[in-house]
Design a protein around this ligand. Structure first.
Ligand SMILES: C[S@@+](CC[C@H](N)C(=O)[O-])C[C@H]1O[C@@H](n2cnc3c(N)ncnc32)[C@H](O)[C@@H]1O
Length: 790
């Protein structure tokens, strides 16, 4: 891309740089005309679309090689590597390639099933047997393996049927005899009445009704936005939507399902036509691709002479009723699996644009007649894009359309109209696409099982939860919600469904605004403004960025040098945003004492009242205390802060490597003392230092100190975010696990409190998204019971 950009003559670059949305027809045509003359451009297109050289074409020889390696590892007892090789082989094995006696894919599923059986993953084993049987219904070994796994699961009725079929379809006499012996043993064991189990991974249906019909209104500063015609109680579901189009992030291709974006199980299912996507189940495979593996059944049909009950059983096990009738089944990925690899190379917003275009064409609207942009009706900010960015957009649009033409031919013309629409579409995606996120709760292996205690308490503290982006999607109605750094709604995802919930009571007609990322309490105002301008090309006009609030004042502030004053001394970097906010206040202020023990709402009131009531004599500038006017030597304080933060960084590294020496710990404790003495009591650095020390003390087994530091960190977060904010909830998880480890009965209160916060943000889905909440509640309950007994 860089090379191509550099080859564009300056005159053409300038035309593109000066272009607005109405000129794109001619600028894109001129650029296409120029690029078409470049051999490098044609080489690049060939590389992106060449079937032979592509990364994602199926390859029988390579699959056989992986299969051999897998078999070798399996027999040597290296099961992890064997699993990885079987999965790689499955990913690239063409579905209709023969392998000795059966279809290669069916053989690979069976081999992987045997491996799962060996390592005790019985459900995975049965699911892989099902997949082998859907391709090859008379595959005796697959029936036999299924029967053994079902017997081990205690599903005897199915196990007997499985072995019965296996015996009937097995060709060799010796084999039949062996199966008959196994069957006898299982019949003896049979006591239950359980019948065919549908244990294919399925997507859970979250049917919480959405009761509110929102209205779209226009705001002079923010454009269109959403409001409710009626009051909305806290925690109500205000919006639910399936994506118009969605892609998985490149970093998650091997770890998350390419359709629902959930974490992949061990028995992943590959795409039938290409080697890129992995799915968590056949359900997702079908929804994404629109085909089932049973379309590729081998010709060796089921023996007609089998008894009817067995024929029915075979039909039941090998049927694919996986497609979800409630969800529109658009084969999202289909146009990408023709052996080309541009989707793996182009940036994700360009690939997402490709999916949207493909959806339009597949819906037979006829590209030329369709008003793609009008139908999506998304906002765009082409004018705000940098000259360099405009040139990139032009080139990407041209490359994307040429790549798509390999799948759609003349259905997708490449001309000024289609190019200008594609350029605007990508620019719309940049400001309207949502990052689909998942809660990362992998650390929770450290939580005790239902009978366990927090014996390894150091680990308990690693129970932190983070949001990780896994996909990018366009939600057409969802994109009408504006941003606020002090949001009143919260967005989250189950599978790829978007849910939006009110986190506070919202009055009728009041804007419903979510955070596009930054929030008050998390980042200083200036940083939030810069981020939103860089990423979404708008100057934030939310209440948090335009009106004074305590968090923004104190987040990066220094302590007043006067020991009797709790006033705020603003840092240099707050000059632009906070000083402007202060100066814009009518009747600039002498701020009253900011007592660190006041509640955050009271503090806000103090600040607001003080600003309105006092005279104009106050000198608002960085370095002088907003309360008493004393001057602070910012340079010296800044130097001391940097030194202390270097010590804290050492501690963080030690926490990651879990090697915490007493020197590092005592240096960090001293550094915290320095930070406390020079920074304002609610400065974010102190909260982070307290949190780091809590983790470190926990790792070395000093849980009392860990608890104190964790509580101190929570106290600051409450001031910065408000006491019911989800950021406080996440810190409460840590506190509760420390308290449980100490046998501290106040754990029950902490867990109740965090339960209420999670309910506010996730409603009825809280327990599903945070399954460990139940474990924590149970532990707290046990602790209370024990307390009563002793
Ligand atoms: C996802 S769209 C939201 C809907 C949009 N207002 C519309 O009319 O379609 C994002 C765009 O809305 C505007 N916007 C959203 N939040 C804003 C805010 N806090 N301040 C100013 N503009 C905002 C910006 O133009 C931004 O690029």
């Amino acid at each position: 891309m860089e090379k191509l950009k550099s080859m564009v003559p300056d005159r053409l670059k300038q035309i593109v740089a000066d272009s607005n949305a109405d000129d794109l027809h001619s600028t894109s045509s001129s650029l296409l005309h120029f690029l078409n003359k470049l051999s490098q451009f044609h080489q690049m297109i060939r590389d992106l679309t060449d079937l032979e050289a592509s990364l994602c074409a199926k390859n029988k020889d390579a699959a056989l090689e992986f299969k051999q390696k897998a078999n070798k590892c399996y027999f040597n007892g290296d099961y992890d590597t064997a699993l990885a090789f079987y999965t790689r082989a499955l990913r690239i094995a063409p579905i209709n390639a023969d392998d000795m006696d059966k279809n290669l894919v069916a053989t690979l599923y069976l081999n992987r099933a045997s491996l799962f059986h060996k390592i005790g993953l019985l459900m995975e084993c049965v699911r892989d047997c099902n997949r082998a049987l859907q391709i090859s219904p008379s595959y005796a070994k697959a029936w036999y393996r299924r029967g053994k796994a079902n017997a081990a699961l205690g599903i005897y009725k199915d196990a007997i049927h499985d072995l019965d079929v296996a015996k009937n379809v097995e060709l060799s006499l010796g084999g039949k005899k062996q199966i008959e012996n196994e069957l006898k043993i299982i019949v003896d064991q049979y006591e239950g009445t359980r019948s065919v189990q549908h244990i294919e991974n399925t997507v859970r249906n979250f049917n919480e009704p959405q009761q509110i019909n929102l209205l779209c209104v226009t705001d002079p500063d923010k454009g269109r936005g959403m409001v409710s015609p009626c009051d909305i109680p806290q925690a109500s579901l205000v919006h639910k939507e399936e994506p118009y189009a969605l892609i998985i992030l490149k970093s998650c291709r091997d770890t998350h399902c390419h359709y629902c974006l959930n974490e992949l199980p061990k028995d992943t299912v590959p795409c039938i036509s290409c080697s890129i996507p992995l799915y968590c189940s056949q359900h997702c495979q079908v929804q994404a691709r629109g085909e089932t593996i049973s379309c590729y059944r081998t010709k060796d049909g089921v023996d007609d002479s089998l008894p009817n009950n067995l024929k029915e059983y075979i039909a039941e096990v090998t049927s694919c009723s996986d497609s979800d009738p409630d969800v529109e089944c658009f084969p999202e990925h289909k146009h990408e699996c023709l052996g080309v690899h541009w989707p793996a190379v182009l940036p994700s917003d360009v690939v997402l644009a490709g999916r949207i275009l493909a959806k339009f064409i597949s819906q037979k609207r006829g590209y030329m007649e369709c008003n793609l942009l009008g139908t999506l009706n998304l906002s765009q900010s082409y004018l705000q894009i940098s000259p360099e960015g405009k040139l990139e957009l032009h080139i990407y649009a041209i490359v994307l359309l040429i790549c798509l033409q390999h799948s759609f031919g003349t259905e997708l013309p490449i001309n000024g109209i289609s190019l200008s629409q594609t350029i605007i579409l990508v620019s719309q995606i940049r400001v309207n696409a949502m990052a689909v996120v998942r809660m990362k709760s992998t650390d929770f292996h450290c939580l005790p099982d239902q009978f366990g205690k927090f014996s390894n308490i150091g680990d308990a503290l690693t129970c932190s939860v983070d949001q990780v982006p896994v996909g990018q999607a366009i939600y057409t109605a969802g994109s009408l919600f504006n941003h606020s750094c002090q949001p009143n709604i919260h967005a989250y995802f189950l599978s790829h469904t978007l849910f939006i919930r009110a986190t506070e009571h919202v009055a009728a007609g009041h804007p419903l605004e979510l955070s596009y990322g930054p929030q008050v309490g998390q980042w200083a105002c200036e940083d939030r403004l810069n981020f939103l301008e860089d990423k979404y090309s708008f100057r934030c006009q939310c209440i948090g960025c335009s009106q004074l609030n305590l968090s923004d004042l104190v987040l990066k502030a220094f302590h007043c040098v006067n020991p009797n004053c709790n006033g705020v001394v603003l840092d240099h970097c707050l000059d632009n945003s906070e000083l402007n906010k202060l100066k814009n206040f009518p009747g600039v202020p002498r701020m009253q004492v900011l007592d660190p023990f006041l509640k955050v709402d009271e503090l806000k009131n103090v600040a607001h009242l003080a600003l309105e009531l006092t005279n104009n004599s106050f000198n608002v500038q960085s370095g002088s205390c907003l309360n008493c006017g004393s001057n602070c030597d910012l340079e010296a304080s800044d130097k001391a802060r940097r030194k202390a933060l270097i010590c804290m960084k050492r501690l963080q590294d030690a926490i990651v490597s879990k090697e915490i020496s007493t020197t590092i710990l005592s240096d960090a404790s001293r550094a915290l003392g320095v930070l406390r003495s020079i920074l304002h009591g609610y400065n974010k650095h102190i909260a982070e230092a307290e949190d780091n020390l809590a983790q470190a003390f926990s790792l070395v087994g000093d849980f009392r100190s860990a608890r104190d530091h964790c509580k101190a960190s929570i106290k600051i977060l409450e001031m910065l975010y408000g006491s019911d904010h989800i950021a406080v909830g996440h810190e409460l998880i840590k506190l509760s696990t420390i308290q449980l480890s100490l046998g501290d009965p106040s754990a029950a209160d902490t867990i109740n409190r965090l339960g209420l916060i999670f309910l506010r943000y996730y409603g009825s889905h809280a327990d599903f998204i945070f399954p460990y909440l139940q474990t924590l509640k149970r532990e707290a309950n046990n602790l209370t019971q024990e307390g009563r007994v002793t």
